[in-house]
Ligand binder design. Sequence first.
Ligand SMILES: [Zn+2]
Length: 111
Amino acid sequence: MFKRWLKLQDRCPNCGLDYNFAAPDDGPAFFSLCIVAFPLSFFVVWLQVAFDPPYWVHLVTSLPLMMLGCILPLPYIKGWLVASAYVNHAQEAGTERLWAELHARAEDKAD
Ligand SMILES: [Zn+2]
């Protein structure tokens, strides 16, 4: 589904699905931070408090772990977000179609 690192193809190579709807924006970075960086920062603090190591220990453990842990899962998270947007028919809030649907529902309730 990717033509380059994190760059989506125009269409699905298997079924031809148009990926125009897919705009996860900074969602992958957000989830990467929440899932990886936040828990990992506890490890870094624990490492510092428990062993009080010299700074180079963080350079060879914490820094690579944090960078790889945040960057490597990005394509998987983006794929998950695109699939989730497709399955749930996600639309950007404020689109005309959404407004039309909401007003139609409001009128139905008023009748
Ligand atoms: Zn497909």
